[in-house]
Ligand binder design. Structure first.
Ligand SMILES: NC(=O)c1ccc[n+]([C@@H]2O[C@H](COP(=O)([O-])OP(=O)(O)OC[C@H]3O[C@@H](n4cnc5c(N)ncnc54)[C@H](OP(=O)(O)O)[C@@H]3O)[C@@H](O)[C@H]2O)c1
Length: 290
């Protein structure tokens, strides 16, 4: 953490909530636990909850839902103050599998209902994203998930599920950061009333976002760290964001982003980091995951 960063204990009420298209709402900033080792997850999530995070993003494939569940159980935080997301993995899209997978995730999380359940990838080679989405609509109606959405869906996949069910996902969670701005996906979501969640919001540390002059200069101007400048850029664009860290000082730093604002020129300079041709992507293309 650089000098000048603001770090203090945050009250839950300080984190804004974003309204979803089904009447529910989600804390705009949370904690994602991709690649947090299962044996360490309880400790890190417990610490995040102590610091003030209330929104946790996990997935069946991360193998750490049990650790999330143990941290929730020992936190003493009322269930309705927490927002827990998990995701249906790719090999469970068909038949009775989505329901079985959801029940297994709920068991591991120690919950009766997840706040947000996502189809993790569209898996185009299997061509069963419509089946998966139809199952999620049923799971929501059965009360196993309060809200449902998708992840890594391109506009063509979104068109397919909307045509088949008439149900717009509450969110689409996609790789999104200054070098990969997801214009087409964001345009679809804005048109249909789905919220956009940003995974890899800091570029997963694979792309040197923090060394980009637009980010470094905004950080210097506000006496904040480059990570805080990037998180703030997401928040001002209305993205739902959940950066991952296993370091306490960074967990605190990533939450201290509500007492300053980037100006329009700073936001535009960071927007301009997107080469607009997809080459800023750091993770997998939805067309390559099956
Ligand atoms: N739906 C999907 O397909 C999908 C895919 C990927 C991720 N996700 C979700 O999105 C969440 C966030 O994405 P991500 O974990 O891939 O990447 P990320 O949050 O962009 O980046 C995480 C990396 O940034 C570092 N970091 C965190 N805070 C920092 C700070 N303040 N200063 C400097 N470095 C910092 C972390 O290192 P340390 O841990 O060492 O601090 C880690 O190496 C995931 O945890 C997961 O919940 C979803």
């Amino acid at each position: 953490m650089g000098s000048g960063a603001r770090v203090y204990h945050r009250r839950m009420a300080d984190i804004p909530r974003i309204e979803l298209n089904d009447g529910n709402s989600i804390p705009q900033l949370g904690y994602g636990v991709f690649q947090v080792p299962p044996e360490e997850t309880e400790r890190h999530v417990s610490r995040a909850l102590e610091i003030g995070y209330r929104h946790i993003d996990t997935a069946a494939i991360y193998g750490n839902e049990e650790g999330v569940g143990r941290a929730i159980a020992s936190s003493g935080i009322p269930r309705d103050e927490l927002f827990i997301t998990t995701k249906l993995w790719n090999d469970r899209h068909e038949g009775e599998e989505p329901r079985a997978a959801t029940e297994e995730s709920l068991e591991r999380l120690g919950l009766e209902q997840v706040d947000l359940y996502l189809v993790h990838w569209p898996t185009p080679r299997r061509s069963n994203h419509v089946q998966a989405w139809t199952s999620l609509v049923g799971l929501r109606d059965a009360g196993l998930a309060r809200s449902i959405g998708v992840s890594n869906f391109e506009p063509e996949h979104l068109d397919d599920i909307l045509a088949a069910t008439g149900v717009v996902p509450a969110v689409n969670q996609v790789e999104l950061h200054p070098a990969h701005g997801q214009r087409a996906v964001k345009e679809w979501c804005a048109r249909h009333g789905a919220r956009v969640e940003a995974w890899g919001p800091l570029g997963q540390g694979k792309y040197d976002l923090f060394g980009e002059p637009a980010v470094a200069e905004a950080a210097a101007a506000h006496g904040i760290t480059p990570a805080q400048a990037v998180i703030r850029w997401h928040l001002q664009h209305g993205h739902i964001v959940f950066p991952k860290s296993v370091r306490e000082e960074r967990l605190r730093e990533n939450l201290e982003v509500f007492d300053f604002a980037l100006d329009d020129a700073e936001v535009a300079a960071i927007d301009a980091l997107d080469p607009l041709d997809g080459t800023g992507r750091v993770g997998s293309s939805p067309y390559d995951v099956h």
